[in-house]
Structure formats: C-alpha cells, structure tokens
Design a protein around this ligand. Structure first.
Ligand SMILES: Cc1cc2nc3c(=O)[nH]c(=O)nc-3n(C[C@H](O)[C@H](O)[C@H](O)COP(=O)(O)OP(=O)(O)OC[C@H]3O[C@@H](n4cnc5c(N)ncnc54)[C@H](O)[C@@H]3O)c2cc1C
Length: 358
C-alpha cells in the first residue's frame, strides 16, 4: 500500500475521497471523480462467492415504466448523464460497455396494442415509443420498441474498474470498520489514509452504518438466470414480462424477480419457475439454464434513491437506495452529488437523505 503513504514532498497524501463500496454507485461515482481529476481510494470487501446486486444485474436502462407506459422520474436528464458517463468510461478504459439496443416490448393483446398506440401519440412519450410495431420471425405477436433504451455490461464495467484501482494501489479489499474513522480539522483519517470526504455506497449493508442510521433501505431479493438457447438467433433485447438480453455464443441473460420477503441469499426454484414461465414466446426453442444467481437490491419505500451529506458532518455522504434502475440513476446522482460538494447546489428534496431526518 505504498501509494497511501507519502507524496514526493515527504508529506502524507491527502485524497479527495474515500469511497466505500464498489458496486454500480461506487464505481460510477469514482469514475466521475476520475473525469474531474479528483483523487480517491476505494474500499470494498469483495468475496468471489458473494454476489452483490450490481454484479448480477442485467444492466438494462429503460426510460419507461412498462407496466403503465409512463416516463420514469427525470428520464431525459438521467439518459443524458448515462450516455455521457458511458462515453467517458469507454474512451478512458478503451472497453465497450454500452449497447444501444432498444427493448422490444411484447404486446400480448389488441388492448396492449391500442394502449401502445395511444401513448405513442402523446407528446411527452413519443420520444420513447416507436410509431410502428415490429414483427419478429419466430412469433406472430407484435412488439413495440422502447426508443432510447439499451443495456450496460455492468459486470465488465466493475471488473475493468477494479483492475484499474488495484493496479494503482488505490483499492483496499476490506470491510470498513466505522469505529476507526477519525475526524480532525476538516480532514478524515482511516488507518493510514487521509481524505477530505467519504462517500458511502454500501447498498443494503448501510444498515450497519452509524452515520446514516435513519436511511431506510428495504432489501429486495432479485434472481436472474443465463440460458443457452442455440436456435433462437435473437439479436434484440426482449421484454416479455421478463427481460431477455442476447449475449454472445447463444447465451441469453434473463431476469429478474422481486421478492422483499425472502431474506435468504440462495437462488430458489421458485424464481426459476417464475422466470421460465415468462419466456412464453421463446419457449418452443430448446434451452438450458447454465447460471442462476441471487442478490438483494437496496430498495426504498418511496422508490427514490438516497443522496447527500450526513446531518452531523458535511464531509460524509450517502449514495444509496438504487433498488432498481441503478445504472440509469447512478450517473445522474453522481452529477448531483459532485455539484453539491463543489458548487454548493442543493440536492433535490425527493432524493435527499434529509427526508429521513425530518
Ligand atoms: C437480479 C437483478 C437484476 C437487476 N437488473 C438490473 C437492470 O437490468 N438494470 C438496472 O439498472 N438495475 C438492475 N438491478 C438493480 C441493480 O443491481 C442495483 O440498482 C445496483 O446493484 C445497486 O448498486 P449499489 O452500488 O448501490 O449497491 P451494491 O451492488 O450492493 O454494492 C454495494 C457494495 O458495497 C460493498 N460494501 C457494503 N458494505 C461495506 C463495508 N462495510 N465495507 C466495505 N464494502 C462494503 C459491497 O461489498 C458491495 O460491493 C438488478 C438487480 C438484481 C438483483
């Protein structure tokens, strides 16, 4: 850990940030700092067998809530931030992580088709719903395309970023011990690291964090499978009640389930049944499940993320509550947090940690 010790003047280096957690939140935030030439150290206890939700996420971004065909909160801004984040990441690391593949939404009945057409004609939504419907060669059903949707290879993004911080010795593979964080003269000391700010991106483990005791995160179990389906030859992302993403070599990522009542970490047969039932349109193609993973998403009751400083210390921050749509939210939230820290901009009240302290 040489890099933590001395700078060329013989003084200890003062990092701008410690980031706790290298999931989507921590990685996107750290990458945004990299883009701004800010210095940081990342701490995470990564165990190969324990899966975080970020490591098993399908990485799909979708500006619509498909059940109601409505726009998600701040969709336009979120997409803009996501696209600029992906451009930066891909250029900086010379790795393709972003796949602009519109989701094809199955329209099961004539009612679904009428609803799609009606929503398409609304000015607010026309940017996101295709005007014409699509046919796919293996089914008679119609599909509408969600424009400006796609997916990010989150696992690759996390692995590439982990390699980068390991190589530069700005990564500690440890669980943070909150008791050892010392605050003195506007600086923060943690073992042999000195920094100006800490951002906690711990997902469901925020439950143990003494600085954000009031943050209410509801762990919601999610499961996803990978299937091998040699004859399907699907090139588009489908939504048939579950998402089906074509990877390579006839492998498809299929997900996900939502279960706030199951606290166990093990994958379940119940989830396999749920997921495979919703594969209706591709059911006739023989397929084999080759991978099945489960993890708990950090959801919130009001379905909004949690962002901002602690009430007692303006240099420690929470970046959490990305229960779903984490990849779409994280770049937008990173911008908000950076604008708050460096330009004193107020964090939007509906996502601010302050709402838990009222
Ligand atoms: C099956 C499934 C499919 C999903 N599909 C999608 C999708 O298609 N699109 C989408 O946008 N979202 C999807 N999600 C949701 C997405 O995964 C979450 O939004 C996202 O993972 C939340 O990221 P996070 O960084 O906040 O938390 P996490 O991924 O939980 O990361 C937290 C990190 O903090 C570390 N940590 C915790 N406590 C400590 C500590 N004390 N010290 C050190 N390190 C610590 C953990 O080890 C972990 O690496 C899916 C989730 C699941 C489960």
């Amino acid at each position: 850990m040489e890099a933590f010790l001395l700078n060329f003047m013989g003084n200890k280096k003062i990092y701008d940030f410690i980031i706790v957690g290298q999931g989507i939140a921590g990685t996107v935030f750290a990458s945004s700092l990299l883009n701004l030439n800010k210095s940081f150290v990342v701490i995470d206890s990564i165990k190969p067998r324990e899966m975080s939700p970020s490591r098993i996420a399908l990485g799909v971004y979708n500006p619509l809530v498909l059940k109601w065909i409505t726009k998600v909160w701040n969709a336009d801004h979120q997409l803009e931030s996501l696209f600029s984040f992906c451009n930066f990441f891909e250029n900086h690391f010379q790795t393709k992580i972003h796949f602009k593949q519109n989701i094809y939404r199955l329209l099961e009945s004539s009612l679904d088709i009428n609803n799609w057409n009606a929503k398409q004609s609304s000015i607010k939504l026309s940017r996101y719903l295709s005007r014409s419907l699509n046919d796919l060669n293996f089914t008679e059903k119609k599909f509408g395309q969600v424009l400006n949707s796609g997916w990010v290879d989150v696992k690759l993004m996390l692995d590439v970023f982990l390699g980068y911080i390991q190589e530069r010795q700005i990564f500690l593979n440890k669980k943070i011990d909150y008791k050892r964080i010392i605050f003195k003269d506007d600086l923060i000391y943690y073992d042999n690291i000195i920094c100006r700010n800490i951002v906690f991106c711990e997902g469901c483990s925020v439950y143990h964090n003494p600085f954000f005791k009031k943050a209410k995160v509801v762990p919601t179990k999610g499961e996803a499978i990978k299937i091998h389906c040699p004859n399907l030859n699907l090139r588009s992302v489908l939504h048939t009640g579950v998402l089906i993403i074509p990877l390579k070599d006839d492998i498809y990522h299929v997900g996900s389930t939502y279960d706030p009542n199951d606290t166990s970490i093990l994958p379940t047969k119940k989830a396999i049944d749920k997921l495979t039932n919703k594969l209706s349109v591709i059911k006739k193609f023989p397929h084999k499940i080759i991978n099945h993973l489960a993890a708990h998403r950090p959801s919130t009751e009001d379905r909004k993320p949690i962002l901002g400083p602690s009430v007692n210390n303006k240099n420690i921050f929470i970046f959490n509550g990305l229960g779903s749509r984490g990849i779409l939210l994280a770049p937008y939230l990173s911008e908000q947090l950076i604008n708050h820290i460096y330009s004193n901009k107020v964090i939007e009240s509906e996502i601010s940690y302050k709402r838990f302290e009222l």
